[in-house]
Design a protein around this ligand. Structure first.
Ligand SMILES: *Cc1c(COP(=O)(O)O)cnc(C)c1O
Length: 364
């Protein structure tokens, strides 16, 4: 050996492919590729972020007390049971790191969030990928895949990149069927986009069960993707384990300040949800109108839509055609979805523009 050799399980990781922000020829265009908030960020959060410039020489609060208290107040949760991370991505890595290693199995669905496999392989655990049901999480398939080596199950609900959602009855059934030593991670990155009464019951489970961790993010509805802040809620023993392996100063001063202001700005959250509900519905109706051309939008509960191309116009051609028209969306061949594009619901103009471009590409 002539150089340090990465672990075999690290070499097995396929790198995460982030959403692009420029075209092939370097133009900066409308970015509908990373599910960011088209309304921007709460003005309160921007103001709080700016004040952090006065304390750049200081380490941030390693206990993130103000942040945990603000989250607790808004969501009626116990602040001691909140973990925080550099994006909810870090929380997902912490969950795998605390509960899985070489020889253990972590289950996720075939079209699940791309980070699950990376988090699994990073710790040397084995990813167990189960089939979906019409692009949605199949809780029975997950339960059938559990073995004595299973230690973690990752489920995103609503799911990314498919946008599909499984209801509280199914999540309850999934949890009831898991052995108590298996950690169920319910990734609720898009939960705030659900309508009243659509809750999957995950947070209620996290309050009472000893093996459920719910994760949330400030990157989507709160419009703070740049600051990388996520959080999770679960039993004290789970939170204790995750604290042991997180970076000691994993959330910045500016990020903590901005997140506190963002979560308190419930009006901004409400406006974002209303915008998304309206334009997602409109987008899905428009795509339904292109059904003759083989386009189909998988029903979504997120801030994006996965459009399948099952006619003459392929997803690949549509992807490049949209780029020429000034819209960058997400084409997902690496995830086995070479026939689909994930399109973020943008502003009204962007949503109308991307539909008009698709209509033209489809020749409809
Ligand atoms: C966007 C997203 C996340 C995490 O985002 P962070 O920016 O790391 O907080 C987690 N899970 C899903 C399913 C997502 O789509």
């Amino acid at each position: 050996m002539t150089a340090p050799d990465p672990k075999a399980w690290v070499k097995a990781i396929a790198p995460y492919i982030p959403g692009r922000s420029t075209t092939d020829d370097g133009r900066k265009v409308h970015k509908l590729s990373s599910n960011e908030n088209p309304l921007g960020t709460s003005p309160d959060a921007r103001a709080a972020f700016a004040t952090a410039a006065d304390s750049l020489e200081r380490y941030p609060d390693a206990t993130a007390t103000a942040l945990r208290e603000a989250i607790g107040a808004v969501h009626e949760l116990e602040p001691e049971r909140i973990i925080y991370g550099t994006g909810s991505d870090e929380i997902l890595h912490l969950a795998a790191g605390a509960y899985a290693g070489v020889g253990d199995e972590i289950i996720h669905v075939r079209y699940g969030f791309a980070v699950y496999e990376i988090a699994t392989r990073r710790v040397g655990a084995t990813p167990v990928v189960v089939a979906d049901r019409d692009y949605a999480t199949d809780v029975d398939a997950i339960l059938a895949a559990v073995t004595e080596r299973t230690t973690v199950v990752f489920v995103a609900n609503p799911n990314n990149p498919t946008g599909t959602f499984v209801d509280a009855e199914k999540i309850t059934r999934l949890h009831a069927g898991l052995p108590p030593h298996v950690l169920l991670v319910l990734d609720q990155a898009y939960a705030e986009y659900l309508e009243e009464g659509e809750d999957d019951g995950g947070m209620a489970l996290a309050r009472t069960a000893s093996n459920v961790l719910v994760t949330r993010t400030f990157s989507k509805i709160h419009g703070l993707a740049a600051e990388r802040i996520g959080w999770g809620y679960g039993a004290p023993a789970i939170i204790d384990a995750l604290h042991r392996i997180r970076g000691p100063f994993n959330v910045t001063i500016a990020g903590q300040a901005a997140a506190v202001a963002a979560i308190r700005d419930t009006g901004f959250v409400k406006d974002t949800r209303a915008h998304n509900t309206r334009w997602l519905r409109w987008f899905e109706e428009q795509i339904a109108g292109l059904g003759n051309a083989g386009l189909r939008a998988v029903p979504s509960k997120g801030n994006f839509s996965m459009v399948l191309f099952e006619g003459e116009l392929t997803a690949e051609r549509a992807y490049h055609g949209l780029m020429d028209a000034g819209y960058i969306v997400r084409w997902l061949p690496g995830q086995g979805l070479g026939h689909g594009l994930r399109i973020t619901i943008g502003t009204e103009d962007e949503t109308r523009g991307v539909v008009a471009a698709l209509r033209e590409l489809a020749g409809a």
